[in-house]
Design a protein around this ligand. Structure first.
Ligand SMILES: [Zn+2]
Ligand SMILES: [Zn+2]
Length: 336
């Protein structure tokens, strides 16, 4: 085991083209009690990493290493670690720790924990050769998925799945998806496998084509009116101005779930047009481990196809710039 490693870190948060992400030398972390050390094989690039680098999401400490869609191999067990063996392939997700004691943890809502730790925000993540994870928060990964395909499942997939649950999609319902990147293209497949009709609103013509190829019933521009009223909608684009058109597209009693951790300001809503007739607007905050397990099992069962754009780990900054400028189709992943 080397003592030092080159890791990406957020230096001064700011516009991604200004280079807020730098490479630094860090100690290879040591696994503490009930933790394991994971050698990173692939780390997915999530929009949250971009929000962190650009300062929309304030880094929790200086020079934090982003990355919370890690697929890697257990290299070393901390004291008392029994869940994994050296050599196991595991996934390291966003939800890195909860206290297990607060009123939310005790009521099955650990995603709302009052004292959580998130990978690649509170603790160093996977834009690095090694990462440490609490053994109880790592996932076993279905062998149906190769390393590159598995990585985006760990946040994009799981959070999209929770957003789908929060959107209360009825059986064979009509689902609107606003924004069509890494998370949306996975979520759309789960909805389609459940018999939904899916309408995709996104400005990227390439993304529109990807959506049609995966079975979407219609595609349109970012704020286009779908061809039928929606039972449910999910807003994946971090764009608050899309909230009013997405609410207006709902049928009576419909639900809009906002999937992101960051959203630009929402304009003034008109009660009659956007909320009356029992429309519901909801946010999504992280996920429970049960959400993650359920999603990974369903993704394997229905054969979710993940389209990825691989980048060498050395080019993490380029991957984030491409994500910023809508130049990534599907999900970007960093390959060690
Ligand atoms: Zn808690
Ligand atoms: Zn994420």
């Amino acid at each position: 085991m080397p003592a030092l490693m080159k890791a990406w870190a957020v230096d001064r948060p700011g516009p991604i083209d200004g280079g807020p992400l730098v490479r630094v030398d860090k100690d290879v972390p040591r696994p503490g009690p009930h933790q394991v050390l994971v050698r990173v094989r692939v780390c997915g690039v999530c929009r949250t990493d971009l929000h962190l680098a650009e300062g929309d999401l304030a880094p929790r400490h200086r020079l934090v290493t982003p990355g919370h869609e890690v697929v890697g191999i257990v290299e070393q067990l901390g004291s008392g670690s029994t869940r994994w063996n050296e050599g196991d392939r595991v996934g390291v997700p966003w939800l890195g720790h909860t206290d297990g004691l607060c009123r939310f943890c005790l009521s099955g809502r650990e995603n709302l924990c009052l004292d959580p730790r998130f990978t690649g925000w509170d603790v160093d993540g996977g834009y690095a050769p090694y990462v440490v994870v609490d053994e109880a928060y790592a996932y076993a990964l279905p062998e149906e998925f190769g390393d590159e395909e598995a990585a985006p499942l760990l946040c994009s997939g799981i959070i999209g799945y929770r957003a789908l649950l929060r959107a209360d999609l009825p059986d064979a319902g009509r689902l609107g998806i606003y924004g069509y990147g890494g998370s949306a293209h996975i979520t759309a497949q789960v909805a389609l496998a459940r018999g939904a009709r899916v309408h995709v609103m996104t400005r990227s013509l390439e993304a529109q084509q990807l959506a049609l190829a995966l079975g979407a019933s219609s595609v349109g521009g970012a704020d286009a009116q779908p061809p039928e009223p929606l039972d449910s909608a999910i807003l994946f684009a971090p764009v608050g101005t899309l909230v009013p058109p997405a609410l207006a597209a709902l049928d009576r009693g419909g639900t809009l779930a906002i999937a992101g951790i960051y959203l630009s300001d929402i304009p003034v809503l008109n009660y009659a047009e956007h909320l009356f007739e029992e429309r519901t607007l909801r946010s999504v905050t992280a996920n429970t481990r049960a959400d993650g397990e359920a999603f990974l099992a369903e993704a394997a069962r229905i054969g979710v196809r993940v389209s990825v754009t691989p980048y060498p780990m050395d080019e993490a900054d380029a991957a984030l710039r491409d994500l910023r400028h809508d130049r990534v189709n599907g999900a970007a992943v960093l390959v060690a």
